[in-house]
Design a protein around this ligand. Structure first.
Ligand code: BTN
Length: 254
């Protein structure tokens, strides 16, 4: 039976049948002073948002469209690492619950059989040099069928049901995600990101691969060799070592 075992995450849960975006709802709650660990979930989003001003396909009842409000005692510089932390937690949870064999593509996509199954959008509000709150938005494609996806996603997206061959309990998955996120967040809060970086590396499908990077101002190709303490991806190119903090990375098929 699915039970909430986390103590901080989910101490307040706001459930919507439909909303524009759970990140927008979470942002309003955070601005009104909601406690850390407040969770927003919706059955459907009508304007789900993705990274880089993209949309996020969020059909009714077939996914987990989730936002979590955290108030970490960190500087804004460290927000990227909160996203890595979320990717580790979600990846652990989906593999434990479904056995689908998913991995993390830098910085925060989760892929199964080369297709995207989870996207994470972290948004932050900071004052001076301290984070006021951070909203970790996660879109998990759970029971979406191949014919549900719009044409533009048909070749690049998948769901846990497709990857595992069976329907997945969203409630079991949600409670596991919250438990895993809390399991990584508590040590990160007290002793930093060291432990989570190692976990991220071991779950990464990007490290060791030949990748094409499309940054905001430059593009290049190289081998992803590591991530550093800031969560940046280190890429060995013909011209030398490049460091990427943000941007789009695609893995070249072997
Ligand atoms: C990406 O582009 O990969 C990030 C997608 C993030 C989608 C989730 S669904 C819940 C939350 N609310 C949103 O509007 N977006 C995030």
């Amino acid at each position: 039976k699915a039970q909430l075992t986390s103590r901080i995450l989910g101490r307040e849960i706001h459930y919507f049948s439909e909303t524009d975006s759970t990140n927008n709802e979470a942002k309003k709650l955070a601005a009104d002073g909601c406690p850390e660990g407040t969770v927003v979930v919706a059955e459907a989003q009508v304007s789900g948002r993705g990274r880089l001003a993209r949309g996020w396909f969020s059909p009714y009842g077939k996914g987990i469209w989730l936002s979590v409000v955290l108030r970490p005692p960190f500087s804004p510089m460290e927000a990227a690492k909160c996203t890595l932390m979320a990717a580790v937690a979600v990846n652990r949870a989906i593999n434990a619950v479904t056995g689908a064999g998913c991995g993390i593509k830098w910085p925060n996509d989760i892929l199964c059989n080369g297709r995207k199954v989870v996207g994470i959008l972290t948004e932050m509000s900071a004052e001076m040099d301290a984070i006021n709150h951070i909203i970790i938005g996660m879109g998990i494609n759970v029971n979406i069928e191949p014919f549900d996806f719009p044409a533009e996603l048909a070749a690049t997206a998948t769901s846990l049901a497709i990857a595992s061959g069976h329907q997945v309990s969203r409630l079991k998955l949600l409670t596991t995600i919250l438990a895993e996120l809390e399991n990584v967040y508590i040590p990160v809060k007290t002793s930093g990101f060291g432990s989570v970086l190692e976990d991220w590396k071991s779950q990464s499908i990007t490290l060791g691969q030949l990748v094409d990077v499309r940054g905001f101002d430059r593009s290049f190709t190289g081998v992803a060799i590591n991530i550093d303490v800031d969560g940046a991806l280190l890429i060995e190119t013909a011209q030398g070592l490049e460091r990427v903090l943000a941007g789009d990375v695609s893995i070249r098929p072997a």
